[in-house]
Ligand binder design. Structure first.
Ligand code: ZN
Ligand code: ZN
Length: 578
C-alpha cells in the first residue's frame, strides 16, 4: 500500500469537520525560529519576509533534507527516527523507516555531538506527534478487533484531525526531501507491515476490503467497518400468503406488541426471513436485507425458474460458503413454502442491477365468470378521461421517478363520473333477499311494507326502475378466442386502488406480449373456471387485466367477453431476465 492514501479514510476526513474541534497540535504555530541555522543573527524572520516582499522574490527557504543542514535542522526540532527516515530522503531499499532515520541522526550527531540528546530536549516529534511510537500498539488493537472475523482482504485507514494533516503536509513540503511519503499513508503502511506477518491468508488492499479497520489517531482506537456478504439466488414461492419482505406490525410499527406476539411482524413469515434467517446463522451476521428483482403480491405464488434476488448479510463473521449446502439448509428450514436455487456469491453492484432490471414475467391466472349487466359494462368501458392535472406541476416536491414509470403518463386522471341510467334490483336479486331486507327496501322507497315475501317482491319490482339487462354468458369458444386474441394487446392501466397508498395515481401503458394455453374446467359447483398464461411487460397489474378494476384497466378480459370475472388465483411463472 506504499504511497497510496486509502480513499475511505480520506473521505472521512473531508466529511467530518468535527475533527477540527479536537485539533490542537501545538506545533502548528511557528514559535521556534526558522532562521537559527542560516540567517545572520541580526536579521529576524519578519524582517526577511519584508525584504523579500520588497524585492519581489520569495523568502529564502531554510535548508531542506536531504542536505546536511536540513538534516541537522530536523534533528534539532526533535524529529523522531521514523519521520527522519520518512522525510530525510536517505532511505534505501529494504530499510525500515527507523533504520533510515537512525542513519540520518547518526551522521548529524557525528558532526554536532551536542545534538545527541535532541529527542530528550524536544520530546514531541513535530511531524507525527510521536504517533510512530504507537505503531505496535495499533497493530495489536487491529489484530485483536478483527480476530472474530473471517477475512481475506483487509484495508487500513486512519482518521486524523484536519489541521494536523495540513500542518504536517506544509512542514514536510518545506523541510522534507522531495517525494517524501505523507504522514497518514506512511503510518498506515507501518502498521500494515507489522500486521502482514501476523495475519495468515489476509491481503492488505486498497479497495474492496472485507473489513476496513479505521484507526483514530486522537484516541488511539480502532473502528471496524465490516463489509456485508452478498448472496445471489432465485426463489420460488410455493405457498400463498407470504410477503416477499419483512412487514412490520401495523399496530406497533415493529417494536413488538400483543397483536403480533412480540414478533414486531405483520406476517410471521416472509421470503426474506425464510431465506435470510438460515443464512444469518451460517454467516453469523447481525441482520439481513433482501433485494428482489421485482416482487409479487402476498397472495401470489412465484413459480417457474424463480425470481432472482440478492440477500445481504450485514457484519458477517463467516464469509466462505458452499452454495449447494446453503441452498439445502434454506430449503429444509422453509419446509416447502419457499425454495431457492442458483445460489452463488454476489456483490453490492449486483444489487443495483437486480433492482434496475425491468423484468417481463409470465403469469398464470384462473378465474370464474358471472353474468354482467349493461350498467356494469358501461363502467368497465367508460372512456378514460384524459383531461387531467399534471402531477408534476401540482406537487412542488420532486418526485422520485420509479423504475417502470418511465413511459407512464405523468398526470393524474380526474374522476370521470359515468352516466348510468337508474336501475332497480332484478327479480332474482329480490327473491334472494330475506324478508326484513325487503321490508327495509320497501320502506326506503315509501312503499307499503305489509304482505308476504312474494307480494313485497312484486310491489318493489313494479315501483322501481327495471333491472339492467344482463348479457348472456359467453360460450367456451368465445372465451378462448378472446384470450388467444390478447397477444400484443396494449393496456391503459390506472393505478389500482389497492396499491394507491404506495404508488402515485397514474395511467400507465402496458403491453401483453403473449396470452396462451387457455383452457376451461367445470368445478364441483358446476361453474366454469378459466385458466391461461400470459407474458406481459414489467409493472403490469395482471388481476386488473382480467377483471378490469371498475374501468381503471382498459381493455380487460371481463369487458371483452362481457362477463364479470372473479380471479381465483394468480401465479408468477418465469421472470424473463437474468
Ligand atoms: Zn515522527
Ligand atoms: Zn405488534
Amino acid at each position: 500500500m506504499a504511497g497510496k492514501e486509502p480513499d475511505t479514510a480520506e473521505d472521512i476526513d473531508d466529511d467530518d469537520d468535527d475533527w477540527m474541534k479536537y485539533a490542537n497540535t501545538g506545533f502548528g504555530e511557528t514559535d521556534y525560529s526558522l532562521w537559527d541555522d542560516v540567517a545572520p543573527v541580526e536579521e529576524d524572520e519578519e524582517h526577511a519576509v519584508e525584504v523579500a516582499m520588497q524585492l519581489g522574490t520569495h523568502v529564502e527557504e531554510i535548508p531542506r533534507a536531504p542536505s546536511a543542514a536540513g538534516h541537522k535542522y530536523l534533528v534539532r526540532q526533535g524529529t523522531c527516527d521514523a519521520c527522519l527516515g520518512r522525510v530525510g530522503g536517505k532511505r534505501m531499499y529494504g530499510q525500515s523507516l527507523e533504520e533510515a532515520g537512525l542513519g540520518v541522526r547518526t551522521s548529524v550527531v557525528d558532526q554536532d555531538p551536542h545534538l545527541e540528546n535532541a529527542r530528550e530536549e524536544a520530546p514531541l516529534c513535530p511531524f507525527c506527534e510521536n504517533l510512530f511510537e504507537e505503531v505496535d500498539l495499533l497493530a495489536d488493537l487491529i489484530q485483536e478487533a478483527i480476530a472474530p472475523y473471517d477475512l481475506s482482504r483487509l484495508q487500513l485507514g486512519a482518521r486524523f484531525p484536519k489541521d494536523q494533516m495540513e500542518t504536517e503536509e506544509d512542514m514536510r513540503k518545506r523541510l522534507g526531501a522531495g517525494g517524501s511519503d505523507p504522514l497518514k499513508s506512511s503510518l498506515v503502511e507501518q502498521i500494515g507491515a507489522r500486521l502482514k506477518d501476523r495475519l495468515e491468508g489476509v491481503a492488505l488492499v486498497n479497495d474492496k476490503p472485507d473489513i476496513l479497520a479505521l484507526i483514530d489517531v486522537l484516541t488511539l482506537t480502532v473502528e471496524l467497518d465490516i463489509r456485508a456478504v452478498y448472496v445471489y439466488g432465485r426463489y420460488r414461492k410455493l405457498e400463498r400468503g407470504i410477503p416477499q419482505t419483512r412487514w412490520p406490525c401495523r399496530a406497533c410499527k415493529g417494536r413488538g406488541c400483543e397483536r403480533c406476539d412480540e414478533t414486531g411482524l405483520q406476517y410471521k413469515r416472509s421470503v426474506q426471513d425464510l431465506v435470510g434467517n438460515p443464512m444469518l446463522e451460517v454467516f453469523e451476521g447481525t441482520e439481513h436485507a433482501f433485494h428482489g428483482m421485482g416482487r409479487e403480491d402476498i397472495d401470489v405464488r412465484c413459480l417457474g425458474r424463480g425470481r432472482p434476488f440478492v440477500l445481504e448479510i450485514k457484519e458477517p463473521k463467516k464469509r466462505a460458503f458452499n452454495a449447494e449446502k446453503l441452498a439445502e439448509i434454506i430449503n429444509q428450514a422453509a419446509n416447502g413454502s419457499v425454495e431457492v436455487s442458483s445460489i452463488r456469491a454476489s456483490s453490492r453492484s449486483e444489487v443495483v442491477r437486480i433492482k434496475d432490471t425491468p423484468a417481463e414475467k409470465s403469469y398464470t391466472i384462473r378465474f370464474t365468470i358471472e353474468p354482467m349487466n349493461e350498467a356494469e359494462y358501461a363502467v368497465l368501458t367508460a372512456p378514460v378521461d384524459m383531461t387531467k392535472e399534471d402531477v408534476q406541476q401540482r406537487s412542488k416536491k420532486r418526485r422520485r421517478q420509479r423504475r417502470g414509470d418511465k413511459n407512464a403518463d405523468r398526470t393524474k386522471p380526474l374522476e370521470a363520473p359515468i352516466d348510468v341510467p337508474a336501475t332497480g334490483p332484478s327479480e332474482a336479486e329480490l327473491k334472494a333477499m330475506k324478508k326484513p331486507e325487503l321490508v327495509a327496501l320497501a320502506e326506503q322507497h315509501g312503499l307499503a311494507k305489509n304482505g308476504k315475501k312474494d307480494e313485497l317482491v312484486a310491489r318493489i319490482l313494479a315501483a322501481l326502475p327495471p333491472a339492467p339487462a344482463e348479457f348472456e354468458l359467453p360460450d367456451d369458444a368465445t372465451i378462448l378466442r378472446v384470450i388467444e386474441g390478447m397477444n400484443g394487446l396494449k393496456l391503459a392501466q390506472r393505478t389500482p386502488e389497492r396499491v394507491a397508498h404506495r404508488r402515485s395515481d397514474l395511467i400507465r401503458k402496458r403491453t401483453v406480449f403473449e396470452a396462451h394455453t387457455p383452457f376451461i374446467e367445470v368445478n364441483e359447483q358446476g361453474q366454469r373456471e378459466i385458466e391461461f398464461t400470459l407474458r406481459c411487460e414489467s409493472g403490469t397489474y395482471v388481476k386488473e387485466t382480467v377483471h378490469g378494476d371498475s374501468g381503471r384497466t382498459q381493455p380487460c378480459v371481463a369487458a371483452l367477453i362481457k362477463a364479470k370475472c372473479n380471479v381465483l388465483w394468480l401465479d408468477v411463472g418465469d421472470i424473463h431476465a437474468d
